[in-house]
Every structure is written in structure tokens, then in C-alpha cells.
Write a protein that binds this ligand. Structure first.
Ligand SMILES: Cc1cc2nc3c(=O)[nH]c(=O)nc-3n(C[C@H](O)[C@H](O)[C@H](O)COP(=O)(O)OP(=O)(O)OC[C@H]3O[C@@H](n4cnc5c(N)ncnc54)[C@H](O)[C@@H]3O)c2cc1C
Length: 465
């Protein structure tokens, strides 16, 4: 049995590891377009900030580790065409020559590519690029280009286009490096994956750290600055009221989201689904015979919404593992995502799982969201912080639908969101969250855990007895 994975990131490597774990005799080849298999691209901001001191430290596993796990790596090798009836993959190898690889089962893990928004200067003839200090950020190659700008051009300032979680992590990273950062976001508040009430708290943290945050601001053009201007790039934008906003800067980072990289599978005839991602069933099978797919290139089964597109590393690992298991002859289903995520912004963290009101209502729920606050541990023990919570539940059934959190980075925000993720995963009501037997000691928690206090606030407001 020859299994071939296309893509050497979270999905492709997870698939290869699982297949080898289940069938140590399986012949596993991983085709990777670059030379950086199994790198944690989620860690890029912390290499840029200097907290991770060498890019090699971002590797989840070394090439040696992967090879000893039994996979054959074809690095700097690009998959060009899938011949489904013949079960053959056309590749261009590192030396530039074409080669055909036969397979019994194929797993596509081509991931996503960063969106290039319609900003004048970013596309077309004469488009600005890394050599001008204008960057997109997704791969290790993009990271090396960013580092080259930082180390060789020594920029004093940067404009970040986009204030999603990667934009925020990069605002943090570049500020830590000493750059003066301006963040431009066309939506009314930063971190649009949480409600504006919590986004405003993230905004305040950015502002307190010296980041100039311009929300409701749509970037129109990036051009080379004229001689004598204080930066080498000129950014033109429009505020929500139509006013022109301009900044000169040394570096521009465009981080406005990703789109699934599906060209290879689509050309082979794979059915596409939500947002143009590859359609897969819960066993991660595509519409093509013996071709599986996983990660940022595929649709995501959401436990409350059905089919969505939710590109996240945590999901890519799980889907890849399922695809690898099934390709090796197993029969596992991807259990589904809840969109659980967390981001650190300087000394604060924001997290969410499940649904917010505007997502829950169209899905047939009757949502109500209640905001509350609680201490992360007993306030009499030094160092306690307030946690801000927004709990969403269904008024009719009492079912817990979602939780959003904002609090200090040492307030266990990530693990606290996971309490709610586990509860939603198991269809619990908001009320039942109070029944969970959770740990307590004053320096680390309270007899009623903060998330349970939030659940009780929801029940008091929505289901008073
Ligand atoms: C800066 C940053 C921070 C992030 N932080 C987080 C986080 O904190 N938490 C989280 O959950 N997620 C995070 N993510 C998202 C997460 O990294 C992705 O969801 C995850 O990497 C997706 O994995 P993947 O394997 O599907 O695809 P990708 O990581 O996109 O990898 C695709 C792979 O396919 C290869 N490839 C593509 N086309 C071909 C071809 N034709 N032939 C051969 N190889 C090919 C590429 O070289 C690459 O190896 C972050 C992403 C970025 C960029």
C-alpha cells in the first residue's frame, strides 16, 4: 500500500504519522513544495518578535524525526496533476525534472493561501513586494522575507492591514521589536471573531501598548513614498465617513485572511463546497476515488452549523489524522469543529468557542448572550485579574451555544474556553455547566470557577426561577 500526502504542514504530516502508526508497514511518501515540513507556522509571530530565537525552533519535528517515523519526504517538490483513474501524481522534483508517482491512496493537504485584497499596488504590473517592504504572511518563505526586511532595512514603522488574530499577533510582535505600528481594519472593531464588546477591550490593549488602531478604515493603495517623506511606502485609506487617511511607513504587512488552495484537486475534478474549499465527508473522502483531503484546503464540519470553512491549525491536525487513518484502511469520522480559538495580544488573551448570536440565529437557535465578569482566582490572593465573559445559550432549550473570553494572558483563558468547548461538544445546557466538578485552590481558582459564574449569570438573566 503506497500512501502519498501532498503538503507537509499540519494536515499532511498528521495524516502521514497516523497512517504509519496504524500500519508500520505502509509505504508513505509526503510531497512538500518547500523545504520546511512540519513547521509550526502558528509560531511565526513569536519568531518575528524574537521570543523564539531561531526559525528552526519552530519545527514540531525535525526532518530526521519524520524520517524515523517512517515517511519518505520529497522536499522542494510540487504536485502538478492528479490522474485519478490511473492513480498517478505528476510532480516536479527539486531538480526541476518531472516525475510520476503511483499511489494507492492520496491525501491532499495543500492548505490555504493568503488573500490578496484589491489594494492598488499589491497586484498587476509593477506590484510592490517583499523587496519594497510589502509582505503577505503564511509560509516559512514569507517569514524569511519579513525577517530580511526587518534585519536589512531596519524599518522604524509598519502598517498592518487587517486586525484578525494574525494581524493582532503581528502588531504585538513588531511592537516588541521596537517598530511603531499602525493597524488598519475596515470593520468597526478589531478581532471580528468576537463580539464588539470584547473587541473593544482588545483595541484598548493595543492602544495602551502604543499601537495606532484605525478601525472602519479601508486601505485603497500602497505606493512608493516620494523622496523626502519619512518612510519608504505611502498607504492611502478611507475612513468609514469617507475621510482620506494616509500614512507613510517603512513596511506594510497584509494579513486579511486566507482562501483554500484547491487548484490541484479542482483540476482533477474534485467537488468543491463552502467558500470554494474541497468538499469532503466526515471520513475526509473527496468526491474522487481513493483521494482524501484535510486541513485548510477543505470544508469544515461544524458541530452546530454543519458545513463551514474554518481554517485552523487545531482542526487541520485532527482532520489530517482522520484522513491518514482512513487512507490506511481505518474507518474514523472527523467529530467536527466548534471554531475554538485563542489569541494572545501583549499581556491579554481573547478566546471563543461555539456560536455568537448572529451565527446561532440563522442556524435555527434562539440565542441570548449575557456578559459577566469574574476573578481568575480568589481576589485576596495576590495577582488576581478579572475575566470578561460573554456566554451564549439557547433561550428555549437552555443549551450552551458559545463562550467568548477576554482576560490576562496568565488567567488560563485558553484552558477556560476549553471548558466551554468540552461542554458544547457534549450538548450540555448552560445550567449544567455549574454541575461540572472543576478544580479549586485560592491562588489558581475559585470554588465557583469563572466560567461557572458566567453560566450562573446567564441562567439568572434568561431562565429566572
Ligand atoms: C501566522 C499564523 C499564525 C497562526 N496561528 C494559529 C493558531 O494560533 N492557532 C490555530 O489553530 N491556527 C493558526 N494558524 C493557522 C494554521 O497554521 C493553519 O490552519 C494550518 O497550518 C493549516 O495546515 P494545512 O496543513 O492544512 O495547510 P498549510 O499550513 O497551508 O500547508 C500546506 C502545505 O502544502 C504544501 N503544498 C501546497 N501546494 C502544494 C503542491 N502543489 N505540491 C506540494 N506541496 C504543496 C505547502 O508547501 C505546505 O507544506 C496560523 C497561521 C498563520 C499563518
Amino acid at each position: 500500500m503506497h500512501l502519498v500526502m501532498i503538503g507537509g504542514s499540519d494536515a499532511g504530516i498528521s495524516a502521514a504519522l497516523r497512517a504509519r502508526e496504524l500500519d508500520p508497514g505502509a509505504d508513505v511518501t509526503v510531497v512538500v513544495a518547500d523545504a520546511y515540513p512540519n513547521f509550526s507556522i502558528c509560531g511565526i509571530p513569536y519568531y518575528v518578535s524574537g521570543e523564539v530565537t531561531h526559525w528552526r525552533n519552530l519545527a514540531h519535528r525535525t526532518i530526521g524525526d519524520l524520517e524515523s517515523a517512517g515517511m519518505r519526504l520529497r522536499l522542494d517538490t510540487t504536485a502538478r496533476r492528479i490522474d485519478v483513474p490511473a492513480r498517478k501524481l505528476l510532480i516536479t522534483s527539486a531538480g526541476g525534472g518531472e516525475e510520476v508517482l503511483g499511489y494507492d491512496r492520496l491525501i491532499v493537504g495543500t492548505g490555504a493561501v493568503p488573500v490578496r485584497p484589491p489594494i492598488r499596488g499589491l497586484a498587476g504590473p509593477g506590484a510592490l513586494g517583499p523587496g519594497d517592504g510589502v509582505h503577505l504572511l503564511h509560509s516559512m518563505g514569507d517569514t524569511f522575507a519579513v525577517m530580511q526586511t526587518l534585519e536589512q532595512a531596519a524599518p522604524a514603522s509598519a502598517v498592518i492591514v487587517g486586525a484578525g488574530y494574525i494581524g493582532l499577533e503581528m502588531a504585538d510582535a513588531l511592537t516588541v521589536r521596537g517598530l511603531a505600528v499602525t493597524q488598519m481594519e475596515q470593520l468597526p472593531e478589531v478581532l471580528p471573531t468576537v463580539d464588539e464588546e470584547l473587541g473593544a477591550l482588545v483595541h484598548a490593549e493595543l492602544a495602551a501598548r502604543g499601537v495606532e488602531v484605525l478601525t472602519g478604515t479601508t486601505v485603497q493603495a500602497v505606493t512608493r513614498a516620494q523622496a523626502g517623506q519619512p518612510g519608504r511606502l505611502h498607504v492611502q485609506a478611507t475612513a468609514a465617513d469617507g475621510t482620506a487617511v494616509t500614512r507613510t511607513t517603512d513596511m506594510v504587512l497584509v494579513v486579511v485572511g486566507v482562501r483554500p488552495d484547491t487548484a490541484l484537486a479542482a483540476e482533477a475534478g474534485a467537488t468543491l463546497g463552502v467558500k470554494g474549499a474541497i468538499a469532503v465527508d466526515r471520513r475526509m473522502r473527496t468526491s474522487l476515488q481513493d483521494v482524501f483531503a484535510a486541513g485548510d484546503c477543505v470544508i469544515t464540519h461544524h458541530r452546530l452549523l454543519g458545513e463551514t470553512y474554518l481554517p485552523l491549525g487545531t482542526t487541520a491536525h485532527k482532520q489530517g489524522r482522520v484522513a491518514g487513518e482512513n487512507a490506511a484502511g481505518g474507518n474514523r469520522e472527523f467529530a467536527g469543529s466548534l471554531g475554538t480559538q485563542v489569541v494572545k495580544i501583549f499581556d491579554q488573551a481573547a478566546a471563543r468557542t461555539g456560536l455568537r448570536d448572529h451565527e446561532a440565529a440563522p442556524a435555527g437557535f434562539d440565542p441570548a448572550t449575557i456578559e459577566s465578569e469574574a476573578d481568575d482566582h480568589k481576589a485576596y490572593y495576590p495577582g488576581s485579574h478579572r475575566i470578561h465573559m460573554r456566554i451564549t445559550g439557547d433561550r428555549t432549550t437552555g443549551r450552551l451555544l458559545g463562550l467568548q473570553l477576554f482576560g490576562h494572558r496568565h488567567s488560563e483563558i485558553a484552558k477556560r474556553i476549553d471548558i466551554a468547548a468540552a461542554a458544547i461538544f457534549n450538548d450540555m445546557t448552560v445550567d449544567a455547566v455549574s454541575n461540572l466538578d472543576l478544580s479549586y485552590t485560592p491562588p489558581l481558582g475559585s470554588p465557583w470557577e469563572a466560567v461557572q459564574m458566567g453560566a450562573q449569570a446567564w441562567v439568572r438573566a434568561i431562565q429566572p426561577r
